[in-house]
Structure formats: C-alpha cells, structure tokens
Design a protein. Structure first.
Length: 368
C-alpha cells in the first residue's frame, strides 16, 4: 500500500514538473519534443533517424567510447545536437539516462500529454516497469545529474527482473553490477555518488544490453573485491570470532584504514584529512611520528609520537580535521599508523602504516 501511494505521488510530481531546458544542461536533441517524442511501439528504440559518423564534430574514432556511442546512435536511443555534436563528455542527467535506458530496452511509451516535459513518458515507463523506485524521484528533479548508483539500480533491474521492487541494498545492487561487468572502478573504487558523462552512460547501457542478451563481459577484479567488502559491511559481516573474542576481519579493517589514509594530506604545516564513520562497535587508533635531523634541535614529545586518536578520541568520525605539525619545514620523515579495532576489546593487531618523505607520500605498509 505504501509503495502504491509513493508511486501515485511520483506520478503527480511528474505531471507538474517543468520541462528540462537545454540551458540547464540537457542536450537540445532531448529537449526537442519533435526529436524525442514518445510513441507506443516496442521498437521505438530503433525509430530515430540514423546519424552518420561525419555528423558529429566532437567525437572521433580515437575516443575511448566511440564504438559504444556509435552503437547507441545506430540503435536510436542517443541522438545528436542541432549543432552537429553529440556531447560525449557532458555530464548526463537523470532525464537523459532514463530516456536512453527505456528507449534502448524498447519499452512501450505512452503519448506525451500536452504540457508534459519531454522526459515524462520515459520516466513513467521506467516506474511502471520497476526500473526506478518511486522513493528515488519524489523530488521530481530529473534535471539533476545521474549518480553512478542511480545508473546501477536501473541497469541491474534491467538485466534481472527479480531485483525489481525487491528492496535490495544499494551495496548488493552495486555488487551485482560489478560481477556482471556493467560497472568498473574509478581508481579501484566503486564511487557510487560519482557522476558520469553521456559517453559513460551509453557505455553502461551497451553493457547492460549485452548482459541482458546473454553475453559476458570482463570484470574489474580489483573493484569486485571492494564491492564485496562494501556489501559485507552493509549487512554487518565484519567480525572474526575466536571463542568469546571478536576482532574485525583483516580486509574490513584494511578497507577503513586505507579509506582514512587516502584522505590525509599535508598542507600549510598541518595534517589534514577526513575521518570516515566506522561500523558500530569499532574505533580507530591513529598516530603519527615526525622525524627531524638532530642538528635542527627540534624537541618532539617525550615519546616522539603524537597520538591523534585513542579510545578517548579527540577527533569525530564523519568530520574533516586539520592538525598542526611542529616545525613541518624541518621534518625529514613523517610516519602515520592507523588501526580499526573492536572498541570493547582492542587487540592492536590490525595496523596500517603510511610514510611521508619531504611531505610526499612514498609508501604504505599493511601489517597483520
């Protein structure tokens, strides 16, 4: 009953949202009702006029996504702009991606009603076929850039109908997308909140169509491991049990430790970074040591180690921090170490170390 109510709310929002104009970042070919008009044919995706390669001035055969973009053009779900471009590097909006996905899948489209935005029939088809969830688009903002996670939800539901309206966690959907080769990593990460270009969006749709037709795609093994870890974190599978003692799994601990260390940098004599939120029952222990040339006579603390985070933490998870480093201009080497542990029974076993030399990161060492 709740889902039906949400669906009705979204449909009412779709009925009143204004048209997304080209001036707001949507290519003119999509804002032009004559070019992107809806029809009820299941073969609508093949109905757009064919564009020749020479008609696009901003993409050549050397472009990384050239083959996929040209395939999308030939199938009719992506069109060019009146000025002869196709805007492959322009960030894709929700409206654009939904239109392209629905058209590529050949879903039946109702006629566009008077006063409706051009994308409303496509959004309505996506809702009716379970490709998007009503709760995702209650704000009616289809001009907003489409996130990678939003693309994943559409793509996975397109290849696997059992995932539609199933209430699956985003992390599970991301894992399915990576396992099927639809999504690959950005610098080894899933980056669910990142955005994509039109070329990247078409590439995702082409992969989606291939998997849907029974094809297989290469898998990014590095990001697959990350996606598996993120799914385990989401379902609470983080503990290694040894009798009555629980410790955080090594790969889970390393994931959070590197996430923290990856955010850290040295600037203006300060150690700066972001402290990620950790799972319930865990805490960070982090410290850094600064090494000076004895002839500079810089007096460090009695132990030489400044502990930033202990059980009585002075930093708050989920927040950025900026901490001064004594005489950073004279520092020869800076060593940071961090461990993610069971807050109730810390073991000090999980340990990740990062070295800086001349204020530049040189190496990471993970000790378990």
């Amino acid at each position: 009953m709740i889902k039906i109510w949400k669906w009705l709310v979204v449909m009412m929002v779709l009925a009143i949202v204004p048209t997304v104009q080209a001036a707001e970042g949507v290519p003119q070919d999509l804002a032009d009702v004559g070019e992107a008009s809806a029809d009820s044919s299941n073969n609508q995706a093949m109905g757009a006029k064919e564009n020749t390669i020479a008609s696009f001035t901003d993409i050549s055969a050397s472009h990384w996504a050239y083959a996929d973009v040209m395939a999308g053009v030939q199938k009719g779900y992506i069109n060019g702009l009146p000025n002869g471009t196709i805007a492959p590097d322009q960030t894709v909006s929700r409206a654009e991606f939904i239109k392209m996905a629905v058209a590529a899948l050949g879903l039946p489209i109702e006629e566009q009603q008077s006063g409706e935005a051009w994308y409303v029939p496509y959004a309505r088809a996506a809702l009716e076929h379970g490709l998007i969830d009503p709760a995702e688009y209650e704000d009616g903002d289809y001009a907003r850039f489409m996130s990678r996670m939003e693309m994943v939800r559409v793509a996975v539901k397109a290849i696997d109908e059992s995932t539609r309206n199933a209430g699956l966690l985003d992390e599970e959907l991301m894992l399915k997308a990576v396992e099927n080769g639809i999504i690959r990593g950005i610098n080894g990460k899933t980056v669910p909140q990142g955005t994509s270009t039109r070329a990247q969006a078409v590439t995702v749709i082409e992969r989606m169509l291939k998997v849907r037709d029974g094809g297989e795609l290469p898998v990014d093994e590095e990001v697959l491991e990350i996606a598996r870890i993120e799914y385990r974190i989401a379902i609470g599978d983080i503990w290694e049990v040894d009798g009555e003692y629980r410790r955080v799994y090594n790969d889970i601990a390393s994931y959070f430790e590197m996430k923290l260390l990856d955010s850290i940098y040295i600037e203006d004599g300060h150690l700066k970074g972001y402290l990620p939120v950790t799972p319930e029952g865990t805490f960070y222990h982090m410290g850094f040591q600064v090494w000076y040339d004895p002839k500079d006579k810089v007096v460090a603390s009695s132990t030489g180690v400044q502990h930033l985070i202990t059980r009585s933490t002075i930093l708050t998870p989920g927040e950025y921090f900026s901490l001064p480093i004594k005489a950073v201009d004279k520092a020869k080497e800076i060593t940071l170490s961090v461990s993610l542990e069971n807050a109730a029974m810390p073991s000090n076993r999980h340990h990740t170390i990062m070295y800086y030399l001349d204020n530049k990161r040189i190496v990471e060492i993970i000790n378990y």
